[in-house]
Design a protein around this ligand. Sequence first.
Ligand code: 3HC
Length: 264
Amino acid sequence: MGGGIAQVVAGSGRRVSLYDPYPGATDRGLAAMRKSLARLAEKGGGDPDEVLGRVGPVEDLVAADLMIEAVVEDASVKEDVFRRADAALPAEAILASNTSSIPITSLAAATSRPDRVIGMHFFNPVPVLKLVEVIRGLETSDETAAAIAGLAGELGKTPAEARDFPGFVSNRILMPFINEAVWALMEGVAEPEAIDTIATLGFAHPMGPLALADLIGLDTCVAIMEVLHAGLGSDRYAPCPLLRQYVQAGRLGRKSGRGFYEYR
Ligand code: 3HC
């Protein structure tokens, strides 16, 4: 998602520094951006090279007005990024997280500027989906929330505000839906194709819950369910055993080539 976020921010005329210490990650992000921008250009979008010209990979966190963090859904990894960003970015900079479920308040507590820490949650595929869920931590200031909602608008997105409760609004609704579809599959209620056909044609969803889980990443789905389970304290949020088993098998969805479906 980091690549998609960098793309829409650069597309609005801003300069973006892309940082990921994982080998090859920024190259993969840039390749995805090139592909997506080419698709948009075919439909009259701007010049891909002009947008890509505003995106520069960097070797470490650098000074900026805003950081948008999009690392793995792991609280300790995210807190470490926020601690380091607090030291690297100017005191007035906003530190935002694209987290699906990790509490914004705990990320804010890892910094010396909790009033300038906020959730800025995009949706996959970022260049296409129009929502930004804006999540206020306990101490997020009105100015920070207004700045991020304003930025979302300038990126062509619609902001909607949620409080810092487990899964916020989006994943509190979406993940139990996906998890229940996996239970239906595990219990042999229907084949994957039938489950997804029922959701696409029956509820007019653009894709079914199992195909969507493959798009999001099954490891991310498990991580979000675990946050809901621990944070809301009810077993109805426990990740379905089949979802866990697919992750154990390395079937992570589109990114690994196989999840509920195969991708070539
Ligand atoms: N970049 C640019 N354009 C893209 C794109 C990309 N990465 N992906 C799709 N598009 C464009 C296509 O070019 C096409 O444009 P057109 O209609 O003008 O020709 C349009 O989007 C539709 O794409 P396709 O024709 O390839 O395929 P679909 O019509 O099946 O749409 C989809 C694909 C946009 C992925 C659609 O199925 C969809 O919206 N699915 C639901 C996605 C969703 O629910 N995302 C939220 C996930 S939850 C999340 O991210 C939060 C996290 O916390 C878990």
